[in-house]
Design a binder for this molecule. Structure first.
Ligand code: FMN
Length: 248
């Protein structure tokens, strides 16, 4: 899937199959977030991966009880850690750049998940203070977005997108070109075709996701195990190797 296809076929997914997602896939998504642009490359974000079901239930309760938060395979809570941004860019950095940096990272992660055959949704409606308490987020940091991910169990409806002619100005705000279709024709026709194709592609992706889930399920076992456990296994394996190397 190329970048434009990924952008035009991504939709918010709120219903997920009850299948775990493997650790490598989760970390690929996190890495996509870490590659986002940020003001002065400050990378003022922290990503909290949550796969503990009890914790996810509590997070959902403080996110207007949204089912997608509870039923996802895992969540990534995107937090800003604005200290450096504030030092470099003052109030503008603190108020605007930290939000924009985290938003760029969030969108990168949603697109990466989609490219990997997963679905995701950006959840902004949550009680910041409760989420802070639940996840031990210090005062200096701020939870900006909760992203819920999993293998999709729905094909979203066709998305209505605003006509480019109503949202595009040239050289000054409000300056539309009367015969803009002449200027935008090629692009808008392309985009419309892409969006029309999105439904078919999403259907195909769903089939792929179902195949991937079967593979993932087999690999991880029905219960999946906790992310922490998997991390420990990977860490211990690495430690074994390091010790061996040391002895040699
Ligand atoms: C800042 C922000 C907050 C959002 N909050 C929620 C939310 O709390 N719950 C939800 O279901 N979707 C939420 N969404 C997802 C939007 O509803 C969704 O992106 C929008 O309807 C467009 O649909 P699409 O993502 O399928 O293109 C949020 C999106 C953004 C960018």
């Amino acid at each position: 899937m190329d970048a434009l296809e990924c952008i035009s076929t991504r939709r918010s997914i709120r219903r997920f199959l009850n299948v775990p997602v493997d650790f490598e896939t989760i970390m690929t998504i996190v890495e996509a977030g870490s590659l986002a642009p940020s003001s002065g490359n400050v990378q003022d974000w922290k990503f909290i991966v949550v796969d503990n079901k009890d914790l996810m239930k509590k997070i959902s309760e403080h996110s207007l009880g949204q089912e997608c938060v509870h039923n996802a395979a895992f969540l990534i809570v995107v937090c800003s850690d604005p200290e450096q941004t504030e030092i470099h860019y003052g109030l503008r950095g603190q108020r605007l750049y930290t939000v924009q940096n985290c938003a760029a990272a969030a969108e990168n992660m949603l697109l990466a998940a989609h490219a990997l055959g997963l679905g995701g949704v950006w959840v902004g409606a949550f009680d910041e203070e409760k989420i802070r308490e639940l996840l031990d987020i210090p005062k200096k940091a701020r939870p900006q977005a909760i992203l819920a991910f999993g293998y999709p169990d729905e094909v979203p409806d066709y998305k209505r997108v605003k006509d480019l002619r109503t949202i595009t100005y040239f050289n000054s705000y409000g300056a539309s070109i009367k015969k803009i279709h002449r200027v935008l024709r090629d692009y808008s026709v392309d985009w419309e075709a892409r969006i029309r194709q999105a439904h078919t592609t999403i259907g195909r992706l769903r089939e792929n996701a179902q195949k991937a889930t079967q593979k993932a399920g087999k690999k991880m076992g029905e219960k999946g195990g906790s992310l922490f456990q998997k991390y420990k296994e990977v860490f211990n394996k690495g430690r074994g190797l390091r010790r061996k190397k040391h002895r040699n």
